[in-house]
Write a protein that binds this ligand. Structure first.
Ligand SMILES: C[S@@+](CC[C@H](N)C(=O)[O-])C[C@H]1O[C@@H](n2cnc3c(N)ncnc32)[C@H](O)[C@@H]1O
Length: 267
């Protein structure tokens, strides 16, 4: 079992993650998650949808994801969608195209420079049905039971308090609402040396937990029909070069889950 982080560690992790992604946002396009352009996976590898090719290259160039959370999301016109850790906004823009003018997409990110990029991109694309909010995914600035589908791409591994993220996701989803995530999971609990390394955390490795722990945390928050599908190995997901480790015990997975239509009665 992966030990929880204490409050001091959590504060240091959040600061390191915010600094890392603030720098990525400032670097401009073609700046991959783990800092080595040679390791960046092609978007055509990560994304199943051909829609991604229709967005400007400098917008898709700041994609820092590890999969395609829209692939299993089955978005429909008119839905409200929330993207946890929206970065420069790519998944929000793809979602906005699918939910159409009667739908609404909210991206939440804790890094101001990323929000600036995302808002500038939305203006440039003329997308009126997307908004970006500053906030932490452990304390979502989103109303209760207001969202049909939650997306997230390579973000929850970065949170030092994953149970809080899943409780918040459950709170903001409508009854019957769904979660469709791409994220980095660990083959087994990571060694303390990796978990204590802030650069590893910021690079989407140090905070990865095993699938069984991830599933247990989702179920503890109240989610049902939790499914995990392994998708890419560390190298394919662009992670290997970041940490100077030849055989990172992590992989990219798709995780889906649902909030029950009626919550169980609590005595
Ligand atoms: C690896 S990037 C992924 C960005 C985007 N989802 C994508 O696919 O391009 C991680 C993003 O999550 C944000 N983030 C990390 N931890 C967060 C947290 N606890 N609350 C809100 N945002 C967070 C970072 O600021 C960064 O923009």
């Amino acid at each position: 079992m992966t030990p929880p982080t204490n409050p001091e560690e959590s504060t240091a992790i959040r600061a390191a993650v915010r600094a890392h992604y603030g720098a990525r946002a400032a670097d401009g396009p073609a700046s991959p998650c783990c800092g080595n352009p040679d390791s960046a996976p092609a978007l055509a590898t990560l994304y199943e949808s051909p829609d991604v090719a229709n967005l400007p290259a400098d917008i898709t160039g700041l994609s820092l994801g590890c999969g395609d959370p829209l692939a299993l999301a089955s978005l429909e016109p008119g839905q409200t969608v929330l993207d946890l850790g929206s970065g420069a906004g790519l998944d929000c823009f793809l979602a906005a195209q699918r939910v159409g003018p009667t739908g609404h997409v909210i991206g939440v990110d804790m890094t101001p420079a990323m929000l600036d990029r995302a808002r500038a991109n939305a203006r440039r694309l003329g997308m009126a049905n997307v908004e970006f909010r500053l906030g932490e995914i452990e304390h979502l600035p989103v109303a209760d039971a207001s969202v049909d589908v939650i997306l997230s791409n390579c973000v929850i591994n970065l949170s030092p308090d994953k149970p809080a993220v899943f409780r918040e996701a459950f709170r903001v989803l409508k009854p019957g609402g769904r979660l469709s995530i791409s994220d980095i999971l660990a083959e087994r609990p990571l060694p303390e040396s990796v978990r204590a390394d802030l650069r590893s955390w910021a690079s989407c490795v140090g905070g990865a937990i095993p699938a069984a722990e991830y599933v247990a945390a989702l179920e503890a928050a109240g989610f049902v029909e939790v499914r995990v599908e392994r998708q890419f190995g560390a190298e394919e997901a662009g992670l290997e070069a970041c940490c100077g480790n030849d055989a990172l015990p992590v992989f990219s997975a798709r995780i889906t889950a649902r909030k029950p239509v009626s919550a169980p009665l609590v005595e």
